[in-house]
Design a protein around this ligand. Structure first.
Ligand SMILES: NC(=O)c1ccc[n+]([C@@H]2O[C@H](COP(=O)([O-])OP(=O)(O)OC[C@H]3O[C@@H](n4cnc5c(N)ncnc54)[C@H](O)[C@@H]3O)[C@@H](O)[C@H]2O)c1
Length: 396
């Protein structure tokens, strides 16, 4: 099949490589010209896809990147994989999805299967995408992406794929497409079920992370180790699933997607109380971390040299979107500390460069990547670890 993927970020490039590996001719379309140039030079920008892998598909003509909208025409399959963030008022921002749909309407005059993989609330395919692409008899399906960047056990091939279509023909064609590179296809009765399943999965994580974050605070106040309690509870072989506390939630999914569900819940008059409360708890974690750091460092951090270790939102990825490290650094600075950060994967961020750990007065470990110098962290005067992976120091 000739496949065009709109958006070549974490999701789009991952799917592009999956589809190319199945023998399809894939064009990765993106509005970011620099990204397109780099992809065509065989430079991958995401973990899990190597330059070598990309180079191999480029050399045999199974993958190419383009910023030219005319490449959309003549495709069998068009996949939408663009951002679905929150706006400044924390409401769903579907502007990227809308512009992708408008682009298809403008450029594509022959029938294709149009799939939305971007995460959004139920009704997005039917009400926000399909009506904008009238005039050609396209097939429409929703297959929300579940990729977990950096996860070496679960990838595009072995993560079961949900499909919901506007018509049985759309479902059949989507099954044919995904069946060529995914092991397990699960058809659901409508696109709305597929869309809702994805945001419920992320809401489940958001709420449970908030629960353990709150519990970690209760346990600390009681003078017991929250992590030891959670590990002990996890020995129960049924009816319990272990989540780990941390400095908050980050990335493009867990802090964002539940609010999409809350938005539609609000529209149909059902209060999404768990989502609201979980957001409050998770967003308050940076302040809790800084409060503990100040207390642990003797009541004041004014003038102290603080290094924040790991600023991406999770280990072994360079993604800093929605990272709690941002609020932690800002709050530490508000307390008068002189703050640098260290993250060899991120390199530069918010106009600042990664600094060495260098025996600071205080180290706050937000994220711990493989290969980080733990001895250098332990050489700092006071260490607060949000990851639960450094023995013998304070932390969550
Ligand atoms: N990152 C994840 O872990 C993850 C996992 C599952 C689902 N998702 C969902 O997938 C979607 C995409 O997320 P992502 O992480 O890949 O985002 P991303 O920011 O990494 O990539 C999106 C890409 O789309 C491009 N783009 C924006 N508007 C465009 C347009 N009109 N035409 C062409 N390209 C356009 C951007 O330049 C960017 O390169 C979101 O809905 C997200 O919630 C993300």
């Amino acid at each position: 099949m000739r496949v065009v993927i709109i958006g070549q970020g974490y999701v789009g490039l991952t799917i592009a490589v999956g589809a190319a590996s199945a023998g399809h001719i894939v064009i990765g379309f993106d509005v970011n010209k620099e990204l397109v140039e780099n992809l065509n030079l065989g430079k991958s920008h995401i973990e899990g896809i190597s330059d070598t892998q990309l180079g191999e598909f480029l050399s045999v003509g199974r993958f190419s990147a383009s910023a030219n909208p005319s490449t959309l025409e003549g495709s069998d399959v068009i996949v939408i994989a663009v951002p679905t963030p929150l706006d400044l008022d924390r409401n769903p921002d579907l502007s990227f999805v809308h512009s992708a749909a408008d682009l298809i309407k403008q450029e594509v005059k022959t029938s294709a299967l149009i799939i939305n993989e971007s995460t959004s609330y139920p009704g997005t395919l039917r009400n926000e995408i399909a009506p904008r692409i009238r005039g050609v008899e396209h097939l429409f399906a929703s297959s929300p992406e579940r990729v977990d960047p950096g996860n070496i056990h679960w990838g595009t091939k072995n993560t079961p794929r949900l499909i919901g279509g506007l018509t049985p023909a759309a479902v059949a064609k989507a099954r044919e497409f995904y069946g060529s590179f995914c092991d397990t296809i699960i058809e659901v009765s409508s696109p709305e079920v597929a869309e809702a399943a994805k945001i419920f999965e992320n809401t489940f994580r958001q709420v449970n992370i908030a629960l353990v974050n709150e519990f970690a605070q209760i346990a600390d106040a009681l003078g017991i180790s929250g992590r030891e309690v959670l590990d002990a509870a996890a020995t129960k072989p049924y009816g319990f699933m272990e989540f780990k506390p941390g400095p908050g939630v980050g990335g493009h999914c867990i802090p964002v997607d539940p609010t999409y569900l809350a938005h539609v819940a609000n529209e149909v008059g059902v209060p999404a109380t768990f989502i609201k409360r979980a957001n409050e708890v998770n967003l308050a974690m940076p302040a809790y971390v800084v409060k503990r750091v100040v207390a642990g460092a003797g009541g004041s951090i004014k003038g102290k040299k603080v290094v924040v270790v790991g600023v991406s939102y999770k280990s072994n990825v360079a993604d800093t979107r929605e990272t709690p490290a941002a609020a932690i650094i800002d709050l530490l600075r508000e307390q008068g500390a002189s703050v640098t950060w260290h993250d060899h994967l991120v390199g530069t961020w918010r106009g600042e460069a990664s600094s060495p750990i260098n025996a600071a007065d205080i180290a706050v470990v937000v994220t711990k990547h493989d290969g980080v110098d733990v001895t250098a962290i332990q050489a700092c005067g006071y260490v607060f670890d949000c990851t639960g992976s450094i023995a013998g120091v304070d932390g969550i």
